[in-house]
Design a protein. Structure first.
Ligand code: FES
Length: 490
C-alpha cells in the first residue's frame, strides 16, 4: 500500500522510494529546489511532525515531541502515515542589522510616520521613518521563495490565476504584514507607504499580472503603481492610506534601481560612472556625462542558488594549501553566492579549475561544498552574462572600462562581494579597487528618501527622461561577447 503523507491540509500519496520533495511537487505543493534536489541549498526544507523516514538513507523516527527541520529532497517515508508542514513563519530569519547608505540631507522633510519597503525576490526589507530619519528597519525572507527561487520561475507559476493569488498572499500576508507587525506598534498612525522592487515584484505587490514580463516582447505596458492600503491588501492600515511603488524605468530595470540611485551621487553631468545591481537580473546603468544607458543581463539564479549571504559561508580563501571558510560554520552550512565567486577565483589560481571553470583535480574541500560541473558551468555562464552585458553597454556608449571613475555596487550580494576576486573572475570590470563603492541596501534607503524629500524624486528625473535602453538580444555582437566571456579571465 502506498505511504500517505499529511502535509498542511493536503493528503499526499507517495510512490515507492520517492523523495518527499518529488512527491510534494508532483502533488502541486510549491517547494523551491534551488540546487535541483541535491541536498545542498536548503531551499526545500520542511518540518517533519511524525512518522518514520529515511534521511540520506539513515532511519529517522519523528514524533510530535521531537519534530525536525530537514531538506525534503533527502527524505523518504517508510511508515504508512507521516505528517509534515512548511517551516513556521517565525522560524524565518528576521535581521535588524541592515547595511544602509545614509539618507540625503535636505532642510525640510515631510513630517509624520512613513514606511519604506524593498520588495526583493529573496528578502523583503522594511524601514519605519519618523522625524526625518529611519528609526527602525528589518528584513525577512520573501515567503514567495517556495514557489520558485527567482522571479522568472514565479512569473511562470503565476500564469494560473489561483497561483497568482497564492504568490500575492505569500508576499503580502506572509511576508510584508508579519514584518511590519515586528516593527510597528498597533496605534502608530502611518501617513504613507513607499515600496520598490524589480518590475515583477512591484507587479505582485500591486496585483498586476506579470505575465507580459515572461514573454516576448517583454513589455509591461502602461500600469499604475499608485495604490491604497486596501488595494494592496494591507488590511492592517486605514483603507485609503496612500501606497506607492517607485515606477520602473523599463520592464527589466525596476523601481528598486531608481530608488537606489536616489541616495547616491550617481548621475553627475561631469562624470562617467556605472551603477550595478547584481541579482538574477543584473541591472546596469551607465552615466556618460548626463546621458544614461541601461541594460539588464539575465544572469540567472546561479549566484543566488544557496539563498541569502546571512547564515551561510560568505567567503573562502586558499592559503598554504588549505581552505579557510568565513565564517567557519558547522558542516552542512552552504556556500552563498559571494563564497562561490571566491571559489571560482581561488580554485582557478590554485590550479583546481581550468579556464572554463571545469575541475582539473579535487580541491580538497568538504564534499558538500564542492559545486558539481553543472553548477560551475551555471556560475561561469552567469558571470559571462554580466561581463558581456557590460561590454555591450560600454561599446554602445563608446567608452572603455578604464574611463569609469566610479562603480556603485547596490544590494546585499554586492555588499559582501570580494571586489578583487570578482575582478579576477570577470564578474566586475577590471578597475582599481578604490573606484568601487558598495552602497548596501540603497533601494530601501531610496524608498525612504523618496517618501521624505520631494527633491529626491526630482533628482532622478534627468535619468528617467534621458535614457537609452539596450536590448542585448538585438546587439550584433551579443553572442560573440558572451562566448568570449565564458572563461575565468586571469
Ligand atoms: S532542493 Fe533540497 S536542498 Fe536543494
Amino acid at each position: 500500500m502506498a505511504e500517505t503523507l499529511f502535509f498542511e491540509d493536503k493528503i499526499i500519496r507517495l510512490f515507492p522510494g520517492e523523495t518527499l520533495l518529488a512527491a510534494l511537487r508532483r502533488s502541486g505543493i510549491p517547494l523551491a529546489a534551488s540546487c535541483g534536489g541535491k541536498n545542498r541549498c536548503g531551499a526545500c526544507r520542511i518540518r517533519l511532525l511524525s512518522g518514520s523516514f529515511l534521511h540520506d538513507g539513515k532511519p529517522l523516527e519523528i514524533s510530535p515531541e521531537t519534530p525536525a527541520d530537514l531538506n525534503a529532497c533527502a527524505l523518504r517515508q517508510i511508515s504508512a502515515v507521516g505528517k509534515a508542514a512548511y517551516l513556521p513563519r517565525e522560524d524565518a530569519l528576521c535581521r535588524c542589522d541592515l547595511e544602509l547608505p545614509p539618507l540625503p540631507s535636505f532642510p525640510t522633510y515631510r513630517r509624520g510616520t512613513f514606511i519604506a519597503l524593498d520588495l526583493g525576490s529573496t528578502n523583503v526589507a522594511a524601514a519605519i521613518i519618523q522625524n526625518g530619519k529611519i528609526c527602525r528597519c528589518a528584513e525577512t525572507p520573501n515567503r514567495q521563495s517556495r514557489f520558485g527561487s527567482n522571479v522568472i520561475d514565479r512569473i511562470a507559476f503565476a500564469a494560473l490565476p489561483e497561483n497568482f493569488k497564492r504568490l500575492r498572499e505569500a508576499l503580502i500576508r506572509e511576508t510584508v504584514l508579519p514584518l511590519l507587525d515586528k516593527l510597528l506598534t498597533p496605534d502608530l498612525p502611518v501617513e504613507r507607504i513607499t515600496a520598490c522592487g524589480n518590475t515583477a515584484m512591484s507587479c505582485f505587490f500591486a496585483g498586476i499580472d506579470p505575465a507580459p514580463l515572461g514573454q516576448a516582447p517583454f513589455e509591461l505596458g502602461k500600469v499604475s503603481f499608485d495604490l491604497t492600503a486596501q488595494a494592496a491588501g494591507l488590511d492592517r492600515f486605514a483603507p485609503d492610506l496612500p501606497v506607492k511603488c517607485v515606477p520602473h524605468l523599463c520592464s527589466f530595470i525596476g523601481g528598486d534601481v531608481l530608488a537606489g540611485i536616489s541616495v547616491t551621487d550617481f548621475g553627475s553631468p561631469q562624470n562617467i560612472e556605472l551603477y550595478l545591481d547584481i541579482g538574477t537580473n543584473c541591472e546596469m546603468i551607465l552615466n556618460k556625462k548626463g546621458t544614461f544607458y541601461a541594460l539588464s543581463a539575465a544572469a540567472g539564479p546561479a549566484f543566488e542558488r544557496n539563498g541569502s549571504v546571512h547564515g551561510a559561508i560568505r567567503h573562502l580563501d586558499f592559503r598554504e594549501n588549505a581552505w579557510q571558510l568565513f565564517p567557519n560554520a558547522p558542516s552542512g552550512t552552504r556556500l552563498c553566492g559571494t563564497a562561490l565567486n571566491d571559489l571560482l577565483c581561488e580554485a582557478h589560481k590554485a590550479g583546481f579549475l581550468d579556464n572554463f571553470g571545469r575541475w582539473i583535480k579535487a580541491p580538497g574541500l568538504p564534499e558538500n561544498l564542492i559545486p558539481s560541473e553543472e553548477e560551475l558551468s551555471e556560475l561561469v555562464t552567469a558571470k559571462a552574462a554580466i561581463s558581456s552585458g557590460l561590454r555591450l553597454l560600454f561599446r554602445k556608449a563608446d567608452i572603455s572600462a578604464a574611463e569609469i571613475s566610479k562603480v556603485y555596487l547596490a544590494g546585499t550580494f554586492a555588499f559582501h562581494l570580494d571586489i578583487s576576486r570578482a575582478v579576477y573572475t570577470g564578474l566586475l570590470p577590471d578597475l582599481p579597487e578604490n573606484r568601487f563603492l558598495k552602497t548596501g541596501n540603497a533601494a530601501l534607503a531610496g524608498a525612504a528618501a523618496r517618501t521624505l524629500f520631494p527633491e529626491t524624486v526630482q533628482k532622478t528625473e534627468p535619468l528617467e527622461n534621458n535614457i537609452i535602453h539596450i536590448n542585448p538580444a538585438e546587439e550584433p555582437d551579443c553572442m560573440h561577447f558572451f562566448a568570449s566571456a565564458m572563461k575565468i579571465t586571469k
